[in-house]
Structures are given as structure tokens and as C-alpha cells.
Design a binder for this molecule. Structure first.
Ligand code: UDP
Length: 316
């Protein structure tokens, strides 16, 4: 613990969409937060409101380079997560997950910190098992355009578990499914942000494929509860544990919901489905419910309303 008795928490990727919400909540929880970010796919505006907080510190740093700081807990959320950003420099994407994790694991080993990896539902690839349980090994293309992200995260998971086996370290791995909410990047190409921005601007909503593909969308506040609950678990709990909302909807249905919420009459336009776009995705969250006592509580309509309000005030 730090001199003042605060819990010192490093959030790698702390200026990102999920990272910045985590910083907010950790500060509210009484922690001292060291936010580390290279601002590759994140923005200063996400954490601007925290800069005056004496328990908040911002460090511009790329985790593919070593970092020497003293901390009690580490959340590794650093990696561009949307295809537009992670495919722009795919080699760097793999490096961020793999070398970045090695550096943070090394830091955890030296300091004795508990370290949590924000892994992803992408480790299941285009799943042949539905809904996805943690013991499913996945159906991932190792050489496709999504591989830098998917395989990078899979290797990061390998590293976490090998550090655990080799050095007996307290590790936590969560697999995050589609998450949405305020502070999504308007240009990151994710379906929720695309649809909301398009609807607010009176444009047609771009539905890829026939819109029958499914996803399960978790509001960011729920996800943060899950991340913090995982960090609080006893040492024996390592995961991997799925975190997401099991209520599954089609992309076409999402488009209708967003249009009716915004009051848009522009309709949809159908575009090509991206390569390796999974047909369906829904987390099995039995483990999260049993081990963490966690499940999402924010209904899609409420979460979308808050997201639309934020984009209306800040971005669109
Ligand atoms: N999608 C869409 N229109 C868009 C953006 C995405 O129809 O403008 C589709 C995309 O093809 C995928 C789903 O929405 O089937 C979710 O895409 P996103 O990139 O948000 O997340 P991921 O594919 O990583 O789950």
C-alpha cells in the first residue's frame, strides 16, 4: 500500500472507453489510480475530468516498453479493440497484447500485484458452440485480418496462465463481450456507435450482411462492476470468466431500436459483411454469476438511451 494507505491501481489503457470508466469507479472506491495510455485509440477527453484529482495520475506510455512503478493491482485493458483501429497496425496490435502483457506480468511479479487481463470474446472466434462457455477452445482463424487481435489476446491468456503456473502469481482473466456506452469513439466502427451517430445525423444505418447476425450488448457500468468484482476474488480464482450480457439480439433489431429511440426515419442500407464476422455471439455467464455474484442489470433500452444522450451532447 502507498504511504497514505491508498490502494494503488494501475490501469493500462486507462484513457480508453472501458478504461476511463474503470478509472472513475476506482477513484470513487477510494483507490489511487495510475492511468497508463499511449493514446493510440483513446482520447484525453475521456479522462480530462480526472486530471485535478490528487489520487489520479496520467502517464503517457506504450506498454510494449517496460514500466517501473510501484502498484498493488494492475488492470491490463491496453489494446485497440475495434477492427478499424486494431487492423490499422496489426503488428503493433499483436505486440501490445503479447509484449505488453509480458511487461505488465513482469511488473506484477516484481511488485506482487494482482494482475487482471481484459481478454475478449474474440478468443472464441466464429464459435461452433453457442452460447460460449469458458471451457470452449474457440474457432479462430490464425492468419486472417482479425487474427492480430484474436490470437494476440489468446497468447496474452497463455502468458497469464504460464506466469501463474511458473511463478504462482495472483492472476485474473476475464473475457469481455460486446460492450457499449458513453465514451465509445464515434469513428471506431463499432455497431452501436455507428448506428447512434448515423441516426443522430439523419443518415441511413449501415447494416453489414443481412442483419441477422447476433450480438449481446452489455452496458459499460455493468461491465465495470464485473471487472472490479473479479479483482476482489480470492487468490485461487483465476478465470477465465466471461463478462457480458446474455440477452442476444440481431444487428437488424438493434438498428430498429436505435432509430426509434432517436426518432430517425432514414432507414437502413445493407453493406458487405466483413471477413470472419462471427454469425452469432452470446456469453454463458453462469461462472460470473456463481463466482462473482455478478450479472448485468441495465436493460438495453436504458443503456441505449444513456448512450444516445451522451453522443448527442458530445459527439454527433
Ligand atoms: N455492424 C453493422 N454495421 C455497422 C457496424 C457493425 O452491421 O455499421 C455489424 C458487424 O458486421 C457485426 C456486428 O455489427 O456483425 C457487431 O460489430 P462490432 O464491430 O460492433 O463488434 P464485433 O464484430 O467485434 O462483435
Amino acid at each position: 500500500m502507498a504511504a497514505m494507505g491508498y490502494r494503488r491501481v494501475l490501469v493500462a489503457g486507462g484513457a480508453g472507453f472501458i478504461g476511463s470508466h474503470l478509472c472513475d469507479r476506482l477513484l470513487a472506491d477510494g483507490a489511487e489510480v495510475l492511468c497508463v495510455d499511449n493514446f493510440y485509440s483513446s482520447t484525453r477527453s475521456n479522462i480530462h475530468h480526472l486530471l485535478g484529482n490528487p489520487r489520479f495520475e496520467l502517464l503517457r506510455h506504450d506498454i510494449t516498453f517496460p514500466l517501473y512503478v510501484e502498484v498493488d493491482e494492475i488492470y491490463n485493458l491496453a489494446c485497440p479493440a475495434s477492427p478499424v483501429f486494431y487492423q490499422r497496425d496489426p503488428v503493433q496490435t499483436t505486440k501490445t497484447s503479447v509484449i505488453g502483457s509480458i511487461n505488465l506480468l513482469g511488473l506484477a511479479k516484481r511488485t506482487g500485484a494482482t494482475i487482471l487481463l481484459a481478454s475478449t470474446s474474440e478468443v472464441y472466434g466464429d464459435p461452433a458452440v453457442h452460447p460460449q462457455t469458458e471451457d470452449y477452445w474457440g474457432n479462430v482463424n490464425p492468419i486472417g485480418p482479425r487474427s492480430c487481435y484474436d490470437e494476440g489476446k489468446r497468447c496474452a491468456e497463455t502468458l497469464f496462465f504460464d506466469y501463474r503456473r511458473q511463478h504462482d502469481m495472483p492472476i485474473k482473466v476475464v473475457r469481455i463481450f460486446n460492450t457499449y456506452g458513453p465514451r465509445m469513439q464515434p469513428d471506431d466502427g463499432r455497431v452501436v456507435s455507428n448506428f447512434v451517430v448515423q441516426a443522430l445525423n439523419g443518415n441511413q444505418l449501415t447494416v453489414y450482411g443481412d442483419g441477422d447476425q447476433t450480438r449481446s450488448f452489455c452496458f459499460v457500468d455493468d461491465l465495470i462492476d464485473g471487472l472490479m468484482a473479479m479483482m476482489r476474488t480470492p487468490r485461487a480464482v483465476t478465470g477465465p470468466i466471461n463478462l457480458g450480457n446474455p440477452s442476444e439480439i440481431s444487428v437488424g433489431y438493434l438498428a430498429e431500436q436505435v432509430m426509434s429511440m432517436v426518432g430517425s426515419t432514414a432507414g437502413v442500407i445493407y453493406e458487405d459483411l466483413p471477413t470472419d464476422d462471427p454469425r452469432q455471439r452470446r456469453p454463458d455467464i453462469s461462472q460470473a454469476q456463481e463466482v462473482l455474484g455478478w450479472r448485468p442489470t441495465v436493460p438495453l433500452a436504458d443503456g441505449l438511451a444513456r448512450t444516445v444522450a451522451w453522443f448527442r451532447d458530445n459527439q454527433a
